[in-house]
Write a protein that binds this ligand. Structure first.
Ligand code: ADP
Ligand code: ASP
Ligand code: MG
Length: 813
C-alpha cells in the first residue's frame, strides 16, 4: 500500500484536481489519498472565525465566497447527473458551518474547540468532493473521515496523537477495506471524548505519515507545488535546487527551521518504521523530487540546505543574580512551556549572565508579561533585569549531516553575512551539530539566504548588483559593455552581473530583478525624478548582496555620498576623481571605511582611463616594492592637443576638436590648466603611500593669466584665440630644439609637480601618439629601467572598460 498526500495548492481548483486524478490513475497499488483543504481555505475559515468572534458581520461574506468556491468546484468536476446529491450535501454542511460561526458571533468569543470544529470543514469538504469526483471518473474510490481513525489526547495541555488507538483503528479499517483508493481528509482528528481536533497548521502531512506508519506502507508520497526539498526556499532563492536525496534527520532539521514543504512532526512516525518519504510536484510529476530515507549522505556535501523562520522575537533574561544560581533557567523555560509558548532557539553565554531564547513574535507580549511576573521578586531586588523583547527578527540556519566533521563552516557563514552588512544578533549551534543558526533582522532575510546560497551552493557563481549613477558618454558605453559581456562572464568567470538601478541628472529607475539592458533608455526616461538621497535610500531598501555603487559622473555632489555607501558595506567604483583628490583626510577616511566594512573602493579610471596603473602600483607595494619616482604623461586630452597643434593649426581649434571628440572634461579648462593632471599625480602619490594635498603640487601653467581667470567655456575659448601667438611661440621653441611639447607630471622625493616640457627625440615620451598616456615607475626593484605602462588614456570606451575591470576585481574579491 502507498500513502499519497496532496497539499492545498494541489487541490486548489478543478484543473489541479484533474491533475491528481491523472497521477493516481497510473498507480497499481492500493492507495490512501490524504488531501488538504482547497488552497487558502484554512486561512479563510480562521479569518471567518476571528471576524465572527469580534462581532464583525463581514464573516458572512467570507462564508458566502467559500460556499461559492466549493459549489463551483463540484459543478466543474462532476457530470450534471451526479451533481445534485453532492451539492445538497455540501450546502447542508455550510448550513452547519454558518450556525457555528453565528454562535461565535453572538457569544463574541471563539474557543479552541469551536475553532478546530470550524477549520475542520476545509479538509472535510475537499476530501468528500474529491472522492465523489474520482467515483464519477470510474475509479474504485471511497471516502473515509479521518476523525473515525485518528484519536488525540491531551498531554501538557496539547492535543497529541494517541498512537495505540489510532494505529489499531488504521489496521482495522484499511486492512479490511477492499476499495483501491480511500480518500481521507488531512489535518483533522477526534479527541477521546469524541470532539473534533486538529493536528496543527500544515498537519495534513502528519495525517499521511500516521497512516503510512500504521499500515507499514511501501512509501509516503507528499505531493506539493515544488519539486522536492530544495537547498533553500525556492520562493526566496531563485537559484535553489531540489535535492535528490536527504536523510530523515536533515529533513527534520530543515523543516524544523522553516522549510514548510514538510511539517516537522511528519518524519517521526515513518522514521521509526524506516518508511521512505518522497516529495513530488503535482505540476511537474515527471521530475524526480526528493527521497528522504534513513541512510546518511556519507559522501554528500557538508551543508545540505539553508532555511529560515521569519516573525521571530528575542527574549533575554539577564542580571547579576543569575550567576551560579541553579534553577533560573528551569523556571524560565517552565513559565514559557506552561503558557504553551514554544522556544525555537536557545543560547546561553558561558558567563551564565544571560539566557536568550527565540520565540514566535505572536507570543512575545504574553511572554514578557509572564516572565516578568514569574521573576517579580528578583527584579524588585535588582538581581535580574526586566526582560526586554526585540522584534522583527528571523532565524537563518545551515543544515547538513556532515557539518560536524568540518571546520570553518561557521566562519564562512558569518563572514558571508558580514560582508553583506547583515547584522547577526545571536548565534546557536545545535547539539547534533547538524545545524548552525543565527538570528538576524527580518529585513535582511532575503539577502542573507541568497548570499549564503551563493557561497555554499552555486559553484562560485557570484551575483553582483550594480547601481549606476551617470549614463552619459562613459556610463552608456559601460552599460553596453555589460550587456554584451554578461553571458561570457557568467560562463567563464562565474559572475552574474545585474544592473538594479540607474540614474542621470533628470530621472532614475530601479528594477529589483535586474534592468533589461536592451531598453534601459526608455525605462530611465519614464523613471521617477532623480534624487541622490532617494537613490541611496532605494539601494538600501532593495538590500541586495554584493551591491556596488558606480559613479560615472564628474559631480562633486555625488562624490560626497561615497562614505554612506561604504559605511553600509556597499562597494564603490568610480571614474570621478574628485573624492580621491579631495583633502587627504577625506581620501583616507574613505579608504578606511572600505577596509572596515569590507567594501572595495576602486577608482582605477581616475588615472589613465582603462590602463592598469593604480592596480599595478598596488601590486608593487603589496609585494614589498617601494616607489622612488614617477614620471608620467597623464592627460589624454593635453596629449591630443599638443600632438595635433602646429604652425598650420590654431590652438583654439585643436582644443575645440578635443572637446568635441570627448577627450576633455566637459569644462576643458580643467585639463588645460593642469588641474586634471595635478589630481592624477596626487592620487598616484597617495596610492604610493604618501600624505599629500593638492596645494603641495607645483603647477607651472603654460596658459596665459587671462585664460586661467575665465569663468565659463565661451570666455575661455575666446582667450585662446586672443593668445594664439603665445601658443605658437611655445610650439616653435620646441620645434627649434628638435623636441616635442608634452605635459608632464612628476613625483620625486615626496614632491610633485606638473607642467609643459620640451621632450627631446629619443625620450620615452617623444613618440607618444594621439591620446596615449605613459607612466614610468622607478622603484627599488626597477631603479634604472623603469616599469612602463603605456596606452590609450582617454575616451569613453576605454574609461568604461576600466570601470568594468574594477567591477570584475570586486567579483573576484
Ligand atoms: P502544501 O500546501 O502542498 O502542503 P506548503 O505550502 O505547505 O505546500 O509547502 C510547500 C512550500 O514550502 C513551497 O511552495 C515553498 O515555498 C516552501 N518551502 C520553504 N522551504 C523550502 C525548501 N527548502 N524546499 C522546498 N520548499 C520550501
Ligand atoms: N489545511 C491545513 C493548513 O493549511 C493543513 C494542511 O494543509 O496541511 O494548515
Ligand atoms: Mg504543507
Amino acid at each position: 500500500m502507498k500513502v499519497l498526500k496532496f497539499g492545498g495548492s494541489s487541490v486548489a481548483n478543478p484543473e489541479n484536481i484533474i491533475k491528481i486524478k491523472n497521477i493516481i490513475s497510473t498507480y497499481e497499488d492500493h492507495i490512501i489519498l490524504v488531501v488538504s483543504a482547497l488552497g487558502g481555505v484554512t486561512d479563510l475559515l480562521l479569518k471567518a472565525g476571528a471576524l465572527a468572534s469580534s462581532q464583525d458581520q463581514s464573516y458572512k461574506e467570507v462564508l458566502i465566497s467559500l460556499e461559492e468556491r466549493h459549489l463551483t468546484t463540484i459543478k466543474e468536476l462532476l457530470p450534471v447527473t451526479a451533481q445534485s446529491r453532492v451539492l445538497s450535501k455540501v450546502k447542508s454542511e455550510f448550513n452547519i458551518l454558518e450556525t457555528l460561526l453565528e454562535g461565535a458571533y453572538f457569544i463574541g468569543e471563539i474557543t479552541p474547540k469551536l475553532s478546530d470544529k470550524i477549520v475542520s470543514y476545509g479538509e472535510l469538504l475537499s476530501s468528500y468532493i474529491i472522492s465523489e469526483y474520482l467515483i464519477t471518473e470510474h475509479l474504485d474510490a471511497e471516502f473515509k473521515d479521518s476523525r473515525d481513525i485518528i484519536v488525540t489526547h491531551k498531554l501538557n495541555g496539547k492535543n497529541m496523537v494517541n498512537f495505540t488507538s489510532t494505529n489499531a483503528n488504521c489496521v482495522d479499517y484499511f486492512k479490511s477495506s477492499n476499495k483501491k483508493i480511500t480518500v481521507c481528509p488531512g489535518f483533522i482528528a477526534t479527541s477521546e471524548e469524541g470532539v473534533t481536533t486538529t493536528l496543527g497548521r500544515g498537519g495534513s502531512d502528519y495525517t499521511a505519515a500516521i497512516y503510512a506508519a500504521a499500515i507499514n506502507a511501501d512509501i509516503l508520497e507528499i505531493w506539493t507545488d515544488v519539486s522536492g526539498m530544495y537547498t533553500a526556499n525556492p520562493k526566496m532563492v531563485k537559484q535553489a535546487k531540489a535535492m535528490p536525496h536527504i536523510s530523515y534527520e536533515e529533513a527534520m532539521e530543515l523543516s524544523h527551521f522553516g522549510a514548510k514543504v514538510l511539517y516537522p512532526p511528519t518524519i517521526q512516525p515513518v522514521l521509526s518504521k524506516g518508511i521512505s518519504i518522497v516529495i513530488k510536484n503535482t505540476f511537474s510529476p515527471n521530475e524526480e523530487g526528493t527521497l528522504i530515507t534513513k541512510s546518511k549522505n556519507e559522501k554528500g556535501k557538508t551543508v545540505r540546505g539553508i532555511s529560515h523562520i521569519g516573525h521571530i522575537a528575542l527574549l533575554s533574561l539577564e542580571g547579576p543574580g543569575m550567576v551560579g544560581i541553579p534553577g533560573i533557567s528551569k523556571r524560565f523555560f517552565e513559565v514559557l512551556s506552561l503558557a504553551d509558548i514554544s522556544v525555537v532557539l536557545i543560547t546561553q553565554a558561558s558567563s551564565e549572565h544571560s539566557i536568550c531564547v527565540g520565540i514566535s513574535a505572536d507570543d512575545v507580549e504574553h511572554a514578557v508579561h509572564i516572565v516578568n511576573d514569574a521573576f517579580e521578586i528578583e527584579i524588585e531586588r535588582g538581581r535580574i533585569k526586566q526582560v526586554i523583547p526585540e522584534k522583527d527578527l528571523a532565524i537563518v540556519a545551515l543544515v547538513g549531516d556532515n557539518m560536524k566533521s568540518h571546520q570553518g563552516l561557521s566562519g564562512k557563514m558569518f563572514s558571508t553575512l558580514g560582508k553583506n552588512n547583515v547584522n547577526i544578533r545571536v548565534i546557536a549551534q545545535g547539539a547534533s551539530e547538524r545545524n548552525i543558526s543565527c538570528i538576524i533582522d527580518e529585513k535582511d532575510v532575503k539577502k542573507a539566504l541568497n548570499a549564503l546560497h551563493e557561497e555554499f551552493f552555486e559553484e562560485n557563481i557570484k551575483q553582483l548588483n550594480l547601481f549606476v549613477m551617470g549614463v552619459g558618454n562613459v556610463g552608456a558605453k559601460f552599460l553596453e559593455q555589460i550587456r554584451s559581456q554578461r553571458k561570457f562572464l557568467k560562463e567563464n568567470l562565474k559572475l552574474n552581473i545585474r544592473v538594479i538601478g540607474i540614474s542621470n541628472s533628470r530621472t532614475m529607475y530601479f528594477d529589483e530583478k535586474g534592468i533589461n539592458l536592451n531598453d534601459w533608455q526608455e525605462k530611465l526616461a519614464q523613471g521617477q525624478k532623480a534624487d541622490k538621497e532617494k537613490f541611496l535610500e532605494l539601494v538600501n531598501t532593495v538590500n541586495l548582496r554584493n551591491s556596488i555603487f558606480v559613479d560615472n559622473t564628474a559631480s562633486e555632489d555625488v562624490s560626497t555620498s561615497y562614505s554612506e555607501y561604504l559605511g553600509n558595506s556597499i562597494s564603490v567604483v568610480t571614474c570621478n576623481k574628485i573624492a580621491c583628490s579631495s583633502s587627504y583626510e577625506n581620501y583616507s577616511h574613505l579608504k578606511s571605511l572600505a577596509r572596515t566594512y569590507n567594501a572595495p573602493f576602486l577608482f582605477e579610471t581616475n588615472v589613465g582611463a582603462g590602463l592598469p596603473i593604480i592596480d599595478t602600483l598596488k601590486h608593487l607595494i603589496a609585494s614589498g616594492d617601494k616607489i622612488i619616482r614617477i614620471k608620467a604623461v597623464l592627460s589624454g586630452s593635453l596629449n591630443f592637443v599638443f600632438n595635433n597643434f602646429n604652425e598650420e593649426t590654431t590652438f583654439h581649434d585643436v582644443v575645440k576638436q578635443a572637446q568635441e571628440e570627448g577627450y576633455t572634461e566637459p569644462n576643458p579648462k580643467i585639463d588645460l590648466s593642469g588641474v586634471d593632471v595635478m589630481r592624477k599625480i596626487l592620487i598616484l602619490a597617495r596610492e604610493s603611500g604618501n600624505i599629500l594635498d593638492i596645494s603641495d603640487i607645483e603647477n607651472k601653467s603654460f596658459l596665459p593669466e587671462v585664460s586661467l581667470n575665465t569663468n565659463n567655456n565661451d570666455d575661455f575659448f575666446a582667450s585662446l584665440i586672443q593668445h594664439e601667438p603665445h601658443f605658437q611661440s611655445l610650439f616653435s621653441s620646441a620645434k627649434n630644439a628638435n623636441s616635442r611639447l608634452k605635459y608632464v607630471a612628476q613625483f620625486d622625493e615626496g614632491k610633485a609637480s606638473v607642467g609643459l616640457q620640451e621632450i627631446p627625440k629619443g625620450h620615452d615620451f617623444y613618440t607618444l601618439e594621439g591620446s596615449d598616456n605613459i607612466v614610468l615607475f622607478y622603484t627599488e626593484r626597477y631603479p634604472n629601467q623603469p616599469l612602463i605602462i603605456k596606452g590609450a588614456g582617454a575616451g569613453a570606451d576605454v574609461t568604461a572598460s576600466g570601470i568594468f575591470a574594477d567591477i570584475i576585481r570586486i567579483g573576484n574579491f
